[in-house]
Design a protein around this ligand. Sequence first.
Ligand SMILES: Nc1ncnc2c1ncn2[C@@H]1O[C@H](COP(=O)(O)OP(=O)(O)OP(=O)(O)O)[C@@H](O)[C@H]1O
Ligand SMILES: [Mg+2]
Length: 263
Amino acid sequence: MSAPASGAAVRLRDLEIAYGGEPVAQVDLSIEPGEIVVLLGPSGCGKSTLLRALSGLLRPSAGSAEVDGVAVGSGAEQCAMMFQEDALLPWRTARRNVEFALKLRGAPRGERRGEARELLAQVGLQDFADHLPSALSGGMRQRVQLARTLATRPRVLLMDEPFGALDAQTRTEMQRLLISVWQRYRTTVLFVTHDVDEALLLADRIVLLTARPARTQRIVTITEPRAPGARFEPEFARLRYEILAGLGESADSSADLATIIEN
Ligand SMILES: Nc1ncnc2c1ncn2[C@@H]1O[C@H](COP(=O)(O)OP(=O)(O)OP(=O)(O)O)[C@@H](O)[C@H]1O
Ligand SMILES: [Mg+2]
């Protein structure tokens, strides 16, 4: 008999992933439907490994992972992954990249063109549908990737430092875009970043991970997630300091707190 559905969108039960017998991640975590959870942790701690396990690319060495109550690895993968590096097909236009994802989803041929146009409009690229990736900026290519990822209608969107390679301004635009797209689709998101501000701007909850093997060190719940102007609130500065301290940066210097608040 299968276990009763837990109601959670993602359920990691003492999930352990090992490389060559060495555990890389050991995590117990539930994510509610429609929640944005951000993973923050030292480089090499196992964040990408966790995402790969959720997308079914890696088998756990212990424990289990479920998406909507269905075990990951059972064939019906329900997560879509979006990476920092651009994974578009270079010989297809933006629209045809999205149409390709629609085809993989099984969308009827006659509906693909219209749906691709709508998805591209969602990410602000209605005027660039017929451009090849090489004729788009880095930020635009990430927008196409987002449209293409949404085209598969994933239950969970796995985002591995998706904006890490973008300049600060484009990154801010992409964060706003992600929030507006999320407000429309309410897809559950598991997002990895190294940027504490990005985590604070996007998350309902931030999971701080320890160094390898990644274990939950602390979970920070944001009381008013994605509130406009939040970055100017003292609460934002306080959480930012706490998180940096949790990650082992600026932990001992009380001067840093003043600097963070002033900035
Ligand atoms: N295929 C592999 N075989 C063996 N070890 C691996 C493999 N992939 C990753 N590792 C190791 O597992 C650990 C976790 O890697 P992972 O890529 O998950 O880290 P990460 O938290 O995503 O790091 P970063 O923040 O730098 O992206 C690292 O020590 C890495 O060297
Ligand atoms: Mg990584």
